[in-house]
Design a binder for this molecule. Sequence first.
Ligand SMILES: Cc1ncc(COP(=O)(O)O)c(C=O)c1O
Length: 394
Amino acid sequence: MKPSSSIPLLVPQLPDRQALSPYLDEIDRNRHYSNFGPLNQALEARLATLFAEHASHAVQVTTTSSATLGLELTLQAMALPVGSRIIVPALTFVATLTAILRAGHVPVIADIDPHNWLLTPEIAEATAAQTGANAVLAVAAFGQPQDTRRWSEFKRRTGIAVLIDAAGAFGSQWVEAADIPVIYSLHATKSLAAGEGGMVVSGDPAINATVRQLSNFGINLDVDAGLPVGHLSLAGSNAKLSEYHAAVAHASLDQWPAKAQALQRLYRDYRQALNNACGTNLQWQAGKSLAAPTIFCVRMEADARNRLEALCQQQQIATRRWYQPLLHQHAENVGPTIKTPVPVAESIAAGLIGLPFSLCMTSSDIQRVTHAATSAITQDINLTSSETLEKHHG
Ligand SMILES: Cc1ncc(COP(=O)(O)O)c(C=O)c1O
């Protein structure tokens, strides 16, 4: 019998009005609504303390209005020559690409590791040798952390600059190497959510000071900078985090440990159920267990993936081809890119499927998804032709 209720892909859960209330009261008292106000300063200090627990150096945290702007402004703060070639993995969200283009550089699209689905220092080194790239924007894809110490060693050895897009990896990705800036998203769907927002975290005070200035149009506010205060000394943007967003981020941080545990439990039970039912027909991203998983992605044989998508569509179970099209498959006129062969990314993408994942899921929802996956693998399905249409998702 066909189940009637739908299972949504993601159901973000941000702090409710009661949890926000003390922070909103503070805004009412402060009457400071943006421009690096007290809540924003307290948030940065709170996060810097947390990051410092996982580093042997002081850590700077600078909030931005999104991770995309954080990436763009960090690239600008790194002062690479205009038109630098910057290596990115083919399997990532489009913002990784657009940030490079908008910062005036040329993305070099590279392949990924077959096991952890990430751009690694080895792949970056080979790609740089082929393309003359002078920087790398590595990604903590699907929240799987990058090894900042290995990237720091890569940077020292090759002279190639590195930054990390860890948009979805708060709590799993730390900033252990002082010279590798890491950028996080505070979007509603992410591990630490403010609704919208981002942050640049590094052990390099100069990078963070420049990102801060760039986030405020490029206006100099530093009395010691040797420039008049209030004068523009860089061409920045408006990428400030408002006090309201900072309030949500504070309340999210208060609730984060409990939420992270619940997400871990759900992820573990869900994966176990699928593994019990489908065994070696499923392949998972290799790496660390995530502190707060927010999406649920698995690889299957391509035909089984396509059948599962169609079956889920029929049964109102939402799915998503995360990070597809791959970066090299987007429209040519988006901007100049250098494409290298990406057979591993293409082969992984052909079988990847993002399944529903939210704290609203019940064990019967997990059973429904598991049953659909088993049917797709064993070909025990009954579809109408309209449900076999190809789906393309970002
Ligand atoms: C890998 C990656 N980079 C960048 C972003 C953009 O983050 P934001 O929405 O905060 O700009 C995302 C968002 O999903 C992402 O997954």
